[in-house]
Design a protein around this ligand. Structure first.
Ligand SMILES: Nc1ncnc2c1ncn2[C@@H]1O[C@H](COP(=O)(O)OP(=O)(O)O)[C@@H](O)[C@H]1O
Ligand SMILES: [Mg+2]
Length: 416
């Protein structure tokens, strides 16, 4: 069968979550600020470790934190190449690498170092990295995204954090030049108090802080327009369609609003795909409205979740986790096992069975999860549950994790 060229899409990948435009129309000032700062430091061959922090606004995601950090890393590689400075950046989401070993291992892999971190002490791995940078006269920018989760990880001690972030205190550079800088990316300003608690000497060393706010309608419009120009055929879209999305998600003091570029781009993509599936030559208003309402249904009741006690959150997190790994209905036995596991990870002691079932019932009443009786099995009928169908499990899980992490005050549940 011959595949037919899309009438809507010119380049679908421009709407991918991981795509970062070559030029920024929004947040470009912030990017330039960071880039200029780094370029100056690189030119000087600085002797102190630079720690920069990007943080967002409480409860806001999709506001360009990750994008900005990668954009800066990428641009710096381009600029330094031109001016003859050996520079590389590595990007690590510490959420999926919540230990010093995992982080160092990712650094060595991304640097292409033939050094196996496995089985060696952290200090040796760090030494291998600094030696390599010294030999190659290479400067390294380490981006640690979701940095707050590292401060919460039960597998990272204060010593580890110091070792990593003050590497040159432990391993003084042979020529006095400090070649590693850190760009920490974090959800919101609360990361600062967490740092103050755990690693005060690093906190006081943060040289530059950048607070990113949720996007206004105007900013979202510009972001969407750029994507539309890159992703769609010329006549497949018009500005009004984009403004519908931008107005619906834009943030303002009075109205609140998500201010999320992620949501806005995703909505545009959904609308375009619907129009395409229906064989239309262009995206119509009905497609946009449909996509916005679809996303509204996928809305996650954050304030309701924030009002729940920690153990209800842990139960919901277990449901979300099982929904993602297995899907369908889940037996309460299986859920209980997962809940105990989650308690362990978050340093909580699991509630007894009776309390667990009371919580479960209350959660069913709230409509977040649904319960049903199973068909007759070996041991008679049992209760099975699932996540309410309109809730997207992955986003739900993300939201729960961030609430739980915020809640686990520093020092709590960490006895290593
Ligand atoms: N200023 C911007 N210009 C273009 N695209 C953006 C901009 N800000 C965010 N995006 C896009 O929106 C999505 C979400 O951004 P991201 O950086 O992942 O948000 P956060 O890390 O704050 O949750 C990504 O696909 C990103 O490329
Ligand atoms: Mg991010």
């Amino acid at each position: 069968m011959q595949s037919q060229a899309s009438r809507i899409f010119r380049d679908r990948s421009k709407l991918d979550e991981s795509y970062i435009p070559e030029k920024l129309r929004v947040r470009n000032n912030e990017a330039e600020l960071l880039i200029n700062r780094y370029v100056n430091r690189l030119r000087e061959g600085s002797s102190s470790t630079d720690i920069t922090l990007i943080y967002g606004s409480i409860g806001k995601v999709g506001i360009g934190k990750t994008m900005l950090s990668k954009f800066v890393g990428r641009k710096l590689e381009q600029i330094t190449k031109k001016i003859g400075i050996n520079f590389k950046y590595v990007y690590i989401n510490v959420y999926s690498a919540p230990s010093l070993h995992q982080i160092l291992s990712l650094v060595t892999v991304q640097l292409g170092l033939g050094f196996s971190v496995r089985g060696s002490a952290a200090i040796e791995a760090l030494k291998a990295i600094t030696d390599y940078l010294y030999r190659k006269n290479m400067n390294l920018l380490v981006i640690l995204d979701e940095f707050q989760s590292l401060l919460m990880s039960p597998r990272v001690s204060d010593d580890h954090l110091y070792l990593l972030l003050r590497v040159y205190e432990e391993i003084p550079p042979l020529d006095g030049i400090n070649r590693i800088s850190f760009l920490l990316v974090s959800q919101d300003f609360r990361v600062l108090s967490l740092m103050r608690e755990r690693i005060p000497q690093v906190e006081s060393q943060v040289g530059f802080k950048l607070h990113l706010r949720p996007y206004t309608s105007g900013e979202l419009y510009e972001i969407l327009e750029q994507r539309a120009e890159e992703a769609f055929h010329k006549n497949a879209w018009d500005p009004y369609m984009l403004s519908l999305i931008a107005d619906s998600y834009g943030y303002s003091e009075e109205r609140g609003g998500d201010g999320s570029a992620r949501k806005a781009i995703l909505t545009l993509r959904m609308a375009a795909e619907k129009a395409e599936a229906e064989g239309k030559p262009r995206i119509e208003e009905s497609d946009i409205r449909w996509a916005i309402s679809e996303n509204a249904a996928a809305y996650i009741p954050l304030s309701e979740l924030r009002g729940l006690n920690t153990h209800k959150l842990l139960i919901l997190l277990s449901v979300a986790d099982l929904t993602m790994s297995r899907g369908g209905f889940i037996t309460t036995g299986l859920l209980r096992d997962k809940y105990v596991e989650m308690c362990e990870f978050y340093g909580e002691s699991p509630r007894g069975n009776t309390q667990f079932h009371t919580y479960l019932k209350e959660l069913v009443t709230s409509g977040l999860i649904e319960a049903r009786l199973s068909g007759k099995g070996l041991r008679g009928r049992t209760t099975i549950i699932r996540l309410a169908p309109e809730i997207p499990a992955d986003k739900f899980k993300e939201a729960l994790e961030s609430i739980l992490l915020d809640r686990a005050g520093p020092g709590e549940g960490r006895n290593w």
